[in-house]
Design a protein around this ligand. Structure first.
Ligand SMILES: O=C1O[C@H]([C@@H](O)CO)C(O)=C1O
Length: 546
């Protein structure tokens, strides 16, 4: 079946957390419309860019784009941007059931509100290996009052201006900012910030007592790692990034930007009241800057706006790394749905993640290379052999394992801004070890969610400290590893992934923290380009050749 959508992308004033600002909407909404399809359907999105002064591109996050690498929506990698006034058509097949996302992949537009859900169900007549009565999609997000432009300008300024912690957390596009905390008397608080605006009334998850709900929880935060919980209700995790998980029960679900999970909850508590659903920032200390996000789990027939009689549960400690690592370790592929990984790899790339000062700019680097996107997208440059488009020297496969101290602040020597690609042999098996390190602040290491385009990878292991290339691979889980497209690298730790380079195209692999990607934290893989037929001319608007 074909699922056809017609979208118009625009700027509009909205108040998702009661504070009015200019946001990017799709057909008047943020989050945008949910794409609903069945496995093997073709999705066609006709996208009109009505931003007037700004380009756009939309990435279909978790959809592998097998055979359609030009539809991945990554500006600078797979397509030229869609110019103001232009209409661009994305056409791709959703080949697997599960929970996916879409969002802007141009500048920092995701932060401005350009995002939404993709829900792919099984073919008619087939059912999941778990039972539920109803299905809901809930996107978690963090929200900043400064515009994406101001943030981007600060990040690329000397001196550097960090974006700071978000002003609020949104649950399915709704949050609450405390308007009385605005400290500028010159602001006309009543019109800019209004806590009685219905746009910022809490999101309501309505449930019928006794029924089981599949909640598809996903995160598209610009910065924050989150914990999500529902007061008085345990959650059974059954899906992660489109793959069935061996079920496990949590009270707090830790979720990183770019991840999706399905959890089952049963409405089996006292039905005469409502309950809080809350989300909190973890991994960064936002205790004094960002209030928790609140939604209401509404037991029918209580009034949906009736506040629960309790105070919202406080989340886990922000710096409890152990619990987060334990959840990462608990995720295994579900019995009967295990896709066995190749038992060995053809190539290992160890990626040291560092924060550096590069000629006065604060940047993030992988093996001493901090990334910048070329003007001509890689897919086009590679296919049409435009060698002047980007640096033909690939970035390094490793770092100085012996001498580099991951627990110290980087020395800032010999870091370069570059745009070379990793060329992978078609159909080869590649191991990626993401190695975390100390940032520019003493005794600080941040959590980074890495997202791979065009593939799912097996998550072979997580560890603390420096990855030992001789001994740690012996501890890989080669029996029932989960496949994902986004994975956290915990502080001072490492994460090992394996994937098969079997999807012809050019694919971004990057930190899903929007400002970190903007600050150079990403790489590009290319494979099987020679197998591609002619590229659609609609992606080539920015390429002018004699
Ligand atoms: O990229 C970042 O920069 C700041 C800080 O390290 C420097 O201000 C921060 O917390 C980041 O995640």
């Amino acid at each position: 079946r074909i699922r056809r959508y017609k979208w118009e992308v625009k700027y509009e004033y909205k108040s998702p957390d009661c504070f009015r600002k200019v946001v990017i909407t799709i057909n008047g909404r943020t989050p945008g419309p949910t794409i609903q399809a069945r496995q093997n359907d073709t999705v066609i999105v006709e996208l009109k860019n009505s931003l007037l002064t700004e380009n756009v591109a939309i990435h279909w996050h978790g959809i592998r784009q097998i055979g359609t690498p030009w539809a991945d929506g990554t500006e600078g990698v797979t397509q030229c941007p869609i110019l103001p006034g232009e209409t661009f058509t994305y056409k791709f097949v959703v080949d697997r059931p599960g929970t996916y996302l879409y969002h802007a992949h141009y500048g920092m537009q995701r932060e401005a509100g350009l995002y939404g859900s993709i829900r792919v169900s099984l073919p008619e007549g087939e059912s999941e290996p778990y039972a539920y009565d109803y299905d809901r999609s809930i996107i978690l997000n963090d929200w900043f009052h400064r515009s994406a432009f101001e943030q981007a300008a600060g990040l690329s300024s000397i001196p550097f201006q960090w974006v700071g912690e978000p002003q609020s957390l949104l649950i399915q596009g709704k949050g609450r900012f405390n308007c009385s905390s605005l400290n500028s008397p010159s602001l006309n608080v009543g019109t800019i910030c209004n806590e009685t605006n219905p746009e910022c009334s809490p999101y309501v998850i309505a449930v019928i007592p006794g029924k089981t709900y599949r909640l598809r929880i996903s995160s598209l935060t610009a910065l924050s790692a989150l914990s999500f919980q529902i007061e008085g209700h345990n959650m059974t995790v059954v899906e992660a990034d489109g793959h069935n998980v061996e079920p496990f029960v949590v009270q707090n679900l830790f979720i990183y930007s770019g991840e999706t999970y399905s959890v089952l909850i049963k409405a089996d508590q006292n039905p005469t009241r409502n309950y809080w659903a809350t989300t909190n920032i973890v991994s960064r200390n936002a205790t004094f800057t960002t209030p928790p996000g609140l939604a209401i789990l509404n037991y029918y027939p209580n009034h949906p706006k009736r506040s629960p009689p309790t105070t919202p549960p406080s989340g886990p400690l922000w710096n409890d790394v152990g619990s987060r690592l334990n959840q990462s370790l608990a995720i295994k592929a579900r019995k009967g749905f295990i896709i066995p990984p190749p038992q060995s790899a053809d190539r290992m790339i160890v990626m040291l993640n560092t924060q550096n000062n590069v000629s006065g700019n604060v940047r993030w680097s992988v093996n001493k290379v901090t990334y910048t996107l070329p003007h001509i997208p890689y897919l086009i440059a590679l296919k049409e052999n435009i060698t002047s488009a980007f640096d033909q020297t690939p970035p390094p496969d490793g770092y100085d394992f012996k001498n580099y101290d991951i627990f110290s602040v980087a020395e800032n020597k010999s870091y370069t801004i570059r745009n070379g690609v990793y060329r992978l042999n078609f159909n080869s098996t590649v191991d990626i070890i993401l190695q975390n390190a100390n940032s520019l602040s003493n005794k600080t290491s941040e959590t980074h969610p890495w997202h791979l385009h065009g593939h799912d990878f097996w998550v072979l292991g997580y560890g603390e400290g420096k990855f030992d290339i001789y001994n740690d691979p012996k501890k890989y889980n080669l029996v029932n590893p989960i496949m994902k497209n986004t994975v956290p690298v915990h502080r001072y730790g490492w994460t090992a992934l394996r994937f098969r380079a079997d999807n012809p195209g050019a694919w971004a692999f990057h930190c899903h923290i929007e400002s970190h990607f903007y600050m150079g934290m990403g790489v590009v893989f290319a494979e099987g380009i020679e197998r591609l037929g002619e590229l659609p001319s609609s992606i080539k608007g920015c390429v002018h050749r004699k």
